[in-house]
Design a protein around this ligand. Structure first.
Ligand code: ATP
Ligand code: MG
Length: 493
């Protein structure tokens, strides 16, 4: 066939189950080619995350060829179960060649038309590196010089970039996404068209924008990705709040403007491979500063910026249709990023209050945001001692207190079982039991404790008092020891 460009090099290959499917399609007299992201990945020597096949066979033909297959939508895609174990090989999607025409809403093609040749199918694809195909005999079809662009690390639109972006504005985001996930640069004409058409992004649903945005911020080159979104005019379309801090100077405590500081905090979060909540919270943590700025120059203040910023964060995330739990978590991280943690000045009760407001499950991430904030301010050290001290206090106040309240038996039961009137002796008995339980937590069961009470019944009252006194002292020692061990764990002793 004339469209074949070359053969796949010897050292590149694709898995046997996929090859078998391509051969089977061919044996039935149809064409079948690997297309899209998997071809790009095979050609750059990376394991594809999934395998997509394009064919001139119709869905009903495919279902006859592959009895273990199902068609789950009306776009002509048939999913074949390969029987392979590997996650990326279990299912292979086969889609009939098609062209998409008449993108009147800049979103969905008005119709999906099946076509009978591969060229038409490749022409509708977004970028040259995504528009190649590989056949059953490892022949490569590369109509738009995708291999060359792959080699030169270039994202280039297939055909006329302006036309392609105006057909489907999600491609604007995809260009930036592939650029940061692959570390490629966007070719000049494509970039020009992207800038010129940035406002078309308003036609795309927030969910789809969000999905691309999340992919961008999770790549190792996320900082370049975010900068590209700003420079190319896309950030203005879906994240204008972040731009408000651009070139807005802070005060004498800061060397960077608001936007740069947030970007550098984000940079640290990416470098440390922090999770997506922390990445977003780092990027957004000072988003409220421009709106709360009072005064100019060295003396400027930003009172309540964390409150205003947290509210803005919530609005952004809701608008982008993030999950409720994600919205709430990132909101809390921004809202409390300013927590106070000076050694010697921060009290246990204030740490307890912070834990209650932020939630124990979010505290580690809050510390990460704070580290990102510090590093992003251009102050070189992350203040390891202060942070360790804070961690120590957090663990200390979150450990269950050692007291008789944790026993599986209470004062009332002791009174009944031992036939005692209310009075200090009840507390004595509970402390004796507590020591027993500390030494052997297995004993903290109602039946075991009731048996133990039977033994205590045999002891004289004066002896009980004495025994309780010793138990109290012992418990106190254990408590001190526990604190010392916690201190050691965080290197603060
Ligand atoms: P990933 O590795 O992230 O899955 P991918 O290239 O496979 O990358 P998909 O979104 O899975 O990306 O799309 C598969 C293929 O379909 C792309 O490689 C491209 O050829 C084509 N494609 C997807 N979305 C578009 C689009 N909006 N416009 C044009 N072609 C598209
Ligand atoms: Mg894919």
């Amino acid at each position: 066939m004339s469209i074949v460009t070359c053969q796949l090099s010897k050292h590149m290959s694709f898995p046997e189950p996929v090859k078998k499917i391509l051969e089977k399609i061919k044996a039935h007299g149809f064409q079948g080619y690997l297309v899209g992201g998997c071809v790009r990945d095979i050609l750059r020597g990376v394991e594809p995350s999934d395998f997509d096949i394009a064919t001139n066979a119709f869905p009903e033909d495919l279902q006859k060829i592959f009895p273990k297959s199902f068609s789950n939508n009306n776009f002509g895609t048939v999913t074949v179960l390969t029987g392979a174990e590997e996650e990326n090989l279990k299912e292979v999607e086969i889609t009939t060649y098609r062209t998409e025409s008449g993108y009147n809403d800049k979103r969905h093609p008005d119709s999906v038309d099946f076509v009978d040749n591969l060229e038409e199918d490749l022409k509708r694809r977004d970028f040259t590196i995504n528009a190649m195909a590989i056949g059953a005999d490892s022949e490569v079809v590369d109509l738009f010089n995708g291999k060359e662009d792959l080699k030169n690390k270039i994202i280039r639109a297939v055909g006329d970039p302006e036309e392609r972006f105006s057909e489907d504005a999600l491609r604007l985001m995809r260009a930036v996404r592939f650029s940061s996930s692959l570390g490629f640069s966007i070719e000049e004409e494509t970039k020009k068209a992207l800038k010129k058409n940035a406002s078309l992004l308003k036609n795309i649903s927030n969910e789809r924008i969000r999905d691309e945005f999340v992919k961008i911020i999770m790549t190792p080159r996320a900082v370049d990705g975010v900068e590209n979104l700003r420079k190319l005019g896309l950030m203005k379309q879906f994240l204008p709040e972040v731009l408000e801090g651009y070139k807005v100077p802070q005060n004498k405590h800061h060397i960077y403007d608001c936007y740069t500081h947030c970007l550098y905090s984000f940079k640290y979060a990416v470098k440390k491979n922090f999770g997506f909540h922390v990445r977003l919270a780092s990027l957004f943590h000072d988003i409220g500063k421009p709106r709360t700025k009072d005064g100019e120059g060295e003396q400027a203040t930003f009172y309540n910026h964390e409150v205003v910023g947290a509210r803005m964060t919530k609005n952004i995330l809701k608008r982008l249709r993030f999950k409720k739990e994600d919205v709430e978590k990132i909101y809390l991280l921004v809202r409390y990023h300013l927590f106070y943690y000076n050694v010697g000045e921060v009290s246990e009760s204030s740490v307890r209050r912070l834990l209650k407001k932020v939630g124990k499950e979010n505290i580690e991430e809050l510390l990460q945001v704070r580290m990102a904030d510090r590093i992003g301010s251009g102050v070189p050290k992350a203040e390891p001692y202060r942070l360790r001290h804070m961690r120590y206090l957090i663990e200390k106040v979150s450990l269950d207190p050692i007291n008789t309240g944790m026993l599986e038996i209470d004062g009332k039961e002791v009174m009944e079982k031992m036939d005692l009137p209310p009075g200090p002796l009840i507390g004595d008995v509970l402390n004796i039991i507590l020591l027993e339980v500390i030494n052997d937590p297995q004993k903290n069961k109602k039946s075991t404790l009731e048996e133990y009470i039977e033994d205590l019944k045999k002891i004289k009252k004066e002896d009980l008092r004495e025994k309780a006194e010793r138990a109290r002292k012992e418990i106190e020692k254990i408590e001190i020891k526990r604190d010392e061990m916690t201190k050691k764990k965080y290197w603060v002793s």
